[in-house]
Design a binder for this molecule. Structure first.
Ligand code: DNO
Length: 392
């Protein structure tokens, strides 16, 4: 697979020159300065592409060309927004940037409660504490009927938390769940919002009455509208699975498991409608057998996220080492290297280590942690390639 790296543009503290030194071949990025829903002009696309190429790298994947909420819930302006999306795709296609990662998750792009959970060796990782998430839902958001979405054991943990929680703890949860993990990937909520909780409630309200079936219909509508431009420029759309692959906050979630992926691929059976195989997101659901999913969907996968989670019996989950955890990245490399050795892969959500914690990187996107993970994956890929050679 091609070794790629998610880079957040010329203001990223991790520069392209640094990435060349650690063996990165391709860049995964977006035009982060253009607000969600606005057209990516040909000139802006080419400017970014040239910048990357001047540094001896290529723009391998767009992550993400974001899908506006209105396209997801089917708002009155969705056709206009889809039209703009098509123009952006056309401009990317003309520039030869043809692998596009996006997601179809309502409101929340990904969810974690803790951004620096100590691993015991001086490093820290992202963590999802189910009870803290439920506390946020029930006591901070105060979502109607939220309690009925949690089992008794979780509610018991929530009661304990409620007894101990102080204002700083509540602020930390809001910050982690809807601000720090979201602002840099999705413009819905930013660190400058004065009342992020109310803004979040307003966003959730947009989905009242939208169930999974309706969301699926809206997704199909969107995909059918963009397939002609994808076919024209050979653009591969790769949906990112829901992170975590669970039903949360009463929102419909439709890319969580084998049946969802099958339904999504069958809804628009065109190879340009494909998958970002995010092993980390999929492994955060105890119901997912990640290597089995990789076997099954490798031929519709156009981009791979290599990371791995462990799920605890109480429903918490956390990022594991890239060589451990439920995702089994070694087996995944064996599968993807055989089916499509030119697939772009990237690592993410690696630990904060060796001073990363002082750098203010976007949550989940440390430098040293990701460099170590990339080195680990590079080693695995080298072994797998040798195995494949020797089989010939
Ligand atoms: C989080 C990322 C996601 C991903 C988007 C793709 O670290 O994996 O934000 O980029 O969901 O659309």
């Amino acid at each position: 697979m091609e070794k790629t790296w998610r880079w957040f543009g010329p203001n990223d503290k991790i520069t392209l020159d640094m990435l060349r030194q650690i063996g990165v071949e391709g860049i995964v990025t977006a035009l982060h300065h253009i607000p969600n829903g606005e057209i990516w002009s040909y000139d802006e696309v080419v400017k970014m592409k040239n910048y990357i190429e001047e540094h001896g790298l290529r723009w391998s994947v767009v992550e993400s060309l974001p899908v506006s909420e209105s396209i997801k819930y089917g708002g009155p302006d969705r056709d206009e927004l889809i039209q703009r999306y098509i123009v952006s795709l056309e401009n990317l296609g003309k520039a030869g940037v043809t692998c596009i990662c996006y997601n179809f998750m309502p409101v929340l792009d990904w969810a974690r409660t803790t951004l620096e959970y100590p691993n015991g060796d001086g490093t820290s990782s992202l963590y999802f504490n189910k009870a803290e998430f439920a506390y946020f839902d029930i006591h901070i958001l105060q979502r109607k009927g939220a309690e009925s979405d949690y089992d008794a054991a979780t509610l018991e943990r929530v009661a304990q938390l409620a007894a101990d929680m102080d204002e700083a703890g509540r602020r930390r949860l809001v910050d982690n769940i809807i601000v720090k993990t979201q602002g840099f990937v999705n413009g819905n909520i930013s660190e400058y919002d004065l009342d992020p909780v109310q803004k979040f409630r307003d966003l959730l309200a947009l989905y009242e009455g939208i169930d999974a079936q309706q969301l699926r219909a809206n997704m199909q509508y969107f995909l059918e509208a963009i397939m002609p431009v994808c076919n024209q420029y050979d653009i591969h759309m790769c949906v990112h699975p829901d992170d975590p692959p669970l039903q949360i906050l009463g929102l419909p979630r439709i890319v969580t498991c084998d049946a969802d992926i099958q339904a999504f691929l069958d809804a628009v059976p065109d190879p340009h409608n494909g998958l970002t195989f995010c092993a980390g997101s999929l492994s955060a659901g105890a119901h997912n057998d990640v290597p089995a999913l990789a076997e099954k969907y490798a031929d519709r996968t156009w981009f791979v996220h290599l990371r791995s989670c462990d799920v605890l019996p109480n429903g918490d989950f956390h990022e594991a080492s890239h060589l451990a955890g439920r995702a089994d990245l070694i087996r995944l490399c064996r599968i993807f290297e055989r089916v499509n050795p030119s697939l772009p892969m990237r690592v993410d959500h690696a630990p904060l280590m060796l001073g990363d914690e002082k750098m203010g990187y976007n949550a989940g996107y440390s430098f040293h942690g990701r460099m170590l993970a990339l080195g680990q994956m590079e080693g695995v890929m080298a072994v797998v390639r040798r195995e494949i050679e020797e089989e010939k």
